[in-house]
Design a protein around this ligand. Structure first.
Ligand SMILES: NC(=O)c1ccc[n+]([C@@H]2O[C@H](COP(=O)([O-])OP(=O)(O)OC[C@H]3O[C@@H](n4cnc5c(N)ncnc54)[C@H](OP(=O)(O)O)[C@@H]3O)[C@@H](O)[C@H]2O)c1
Length: 278
């Protein structure tokens, strides 16, 4: 049975402003509520709120409030990077002396955010991934020089609501992070797709092949998650010398195999991240 979430946000005074309640913003919102945050401490700015946000507005969440806002304790930016030039400056009115701004926008740098917000604003840039939707994401965060220890702890608590959190000191690493864990779920889903096709090519009915691929990827992921040993040891555990797995691994680990392909793929994603950041 799943453990109930620790109420790490129960004592957070707020207000917490969320800009953009799309897929990621809503996943974070769900996580915050599960971690004890009261809807009354939340302000959501979202032109097209979904049913869940509208229901929370009936429980005290402030949805697109009018008038002069109070300074926020924290602001989370979860709009698409393309919306940022228009959306981020509109947050200025919510920024006070001790406000923490936390952005999860891919490719939008600390420098971009510093230019769009009042000088001296404490800013954290973070890159989550889509397993955040089930509280099993991994997020890497980097802060600017204005982030205090308390604000860093707050950013960690807000991000921990959607999974594991790691910090880096060098923002330049965020392109590699995006390429590995940000885009990574797509590589794993592609693996399931490719295994399905390969199973069909080996003679299995399509439906059975899809089920075997899905459960194998999901079950192996969970085994890796729960295991104390690393992926290489788990791989070796299913590989007997000269057996069937070894025959497949000879192909996958040979020239032009997995390692080479993923190194190329992740380098391409990191390069694209650098291009998009300008
Ligand atoms: N999905 C991922 O795998 C992933 C991973 C890491 C980081 N991220 C980052 O997370 C951010 C959100 O991604 P997402 O997939 O959640 O996108 P999304 O579902 O499109 O959500 C963005 C939401 O923000 C709203 N919005 C747009 N302009 C706004 C404005 N000016 N004020 C307030 N709300 C506004 C959008 O409304 P409309 O629909 O009306 O435009 C939409 O509901 C992106 O910056 C992305 O780079 C995503």
């Amino acid at each position: 049975m799943k453990k109930p979430a620790a109420k790490t946000l129960a004592k957070f005074a707020g207000p917490l402003v969320l800009l953009g309640a799309g897929k990621m913003g809503s996943a974070m919102l769900d996580g915050w509520l599960a971690h004890g945050l009261s809807p009354r401490k939340l302000v959501v700015l979202e032109p097209q709120p979904g049913k869940a946000v509208k229901a929370l507005a009936r429980r005290g969440l402030k949805l697109n409030p009018k008038g002069k806002p109070a300074a926020a304790a924290a602001i989370v930016i979860a709009v698409k990077p393309q919306s940022a030039p228009e959306a981020v400056p509109s947050l200025r009115a919510h920024v006070g002396k001790t406000t923490l701004v936390l952005s999860i926008m891919a490719g939008r740098t600390l420098g971009f955010l510093e230019n769009a917000l009042p000088g001296a604003t404490a800013i954290v840039r973070a890159m989550p991934n889509t397993p955040a939707a089930i509280g099993r994401g991994i997020t890497v965060a980097v802060g600017n020089g204005k982030v205090s220890a308390r604000q860093r702890k707050l950013a960690s608590d807000l991000l921990a609501a959607i999974g594991t959190v790691e910090w880096v000191g060098d923002e330049a690493l965020m392109n590699a992070v995006t390429a590995l864990s940000g885009s990574g779920p797509a590589y794993v889903f592609l693996l399931a797709e490719a295994m399905t096709k390969a199973g069909i090519a080996a003679g299995l009915p399509a439906e059975l092949a899809a089920q075997l691929a899905r459960e194998t990827v999901a079950g192996s992921g969970e085994l890796l998650h729960r295991s104390t040993v690393d992926a290489a040891a788990l791989r070796q555990n299913v590989t007997s010398p000269s057996g069937t797995t070894a025959a497949a691994l000879d192909v996958l680990m040979g020239p032009g195999g997995f390692d080479e392909l993923l190194t190329k793929a992740i380098a391409a994603a990191a390069r694209r991240g650098r291009e998009l950041a300008g």
